[in-house]
Ligand binder design. Structure first.
Ligand code: NI
Length: 197
């Protein structure tokens, strides 16, 4: 087990389409996931994708803390989940705008439109296929992490760059920001959004 270096925006590994894992039970994948778990814990994050540790493979780890639990009954906390070859299917066209941050884009945050309701599936380390339905923050976290596997960082999903900036400053000016953009009360930023600790 080892703490790996996290790639930051500007490193080409973050822009590549990651490779499908042919054999999820390969011990090398278990080793990679062990190192990713150490790295996530060290960074105090809630999600990490393999390209963020310079490995262009379709592997994601994440959890949803109780504190992020939303009102929607499918916006549930999630225990630490290891996903190999994850696939997302939106369950409706409904989207919502909320804040995200990323361990590969330190200090910054931005508001991103995401699907509100999704189904997602993945291979486990034992080689089984599992699936879940999720909404709200839980669904957002999965979409953010899986975007890393397609070479996308959250800023490329943004449409309003006045909702992009230093987390410290956005948090300081949040009332003005919310009023100016008609954001819902629920869309309140804090420093523990989506990925960053
Ligand atoms: Ni990220």
């Amino acid at each position: 087990m080892a703490i790996l270096k996290i790639a930051r925006m500007g490193h080409p590994v973050l822009n590549q389409i990651a490779e499908t894992v042919a054999d999820p039970t390969d011990p090398e994948i278990a080793q990679l996931i062990g190192d990713m778990l150490d790295t996530l814990q060290d960074a105090a994050g809630i999600g990490l994708a393999a390209p963020q540790v310079h490995v262009s493979k379709r592997v994601v780890i994440f959890f949803v803390p109780e504190s992020r639990n939303g009102e929607d009954e499918e916006d549930t906390p999630a225990e630490l989940t290891v996903m190999i070859n994850p696939v997302i299917e939106p369950l409706s066209d409904e989207t919502n705008l909320d804040w995200e941050a990323c361990l590969s884009v330190p200090d910054l945050m931005g508001a991103v439109e995401r699907y509100s309701h999704i189904k997602y599936s993945w291979d486990t380390l034992e080689g089984n296929r599992e699936e879940r339905i999720a909404s709200g923050f839980h669904a957002r976290a999965v979409q953010h992490e899986c975007d890393h596997l397609d070479g996308m960082l959250y800023p490329v999903r943004m449409s309003d760059f006045t909702l992009f900036g230093y987390a410290e400053d956005i948090n300081r000016n949040i009332e003005l920001m919310r009023r100016g953009h008609g954001l819902e009360d629920g869309a309140e930023p804090d420093l523990r959004i989506v990925e960053e600790g």
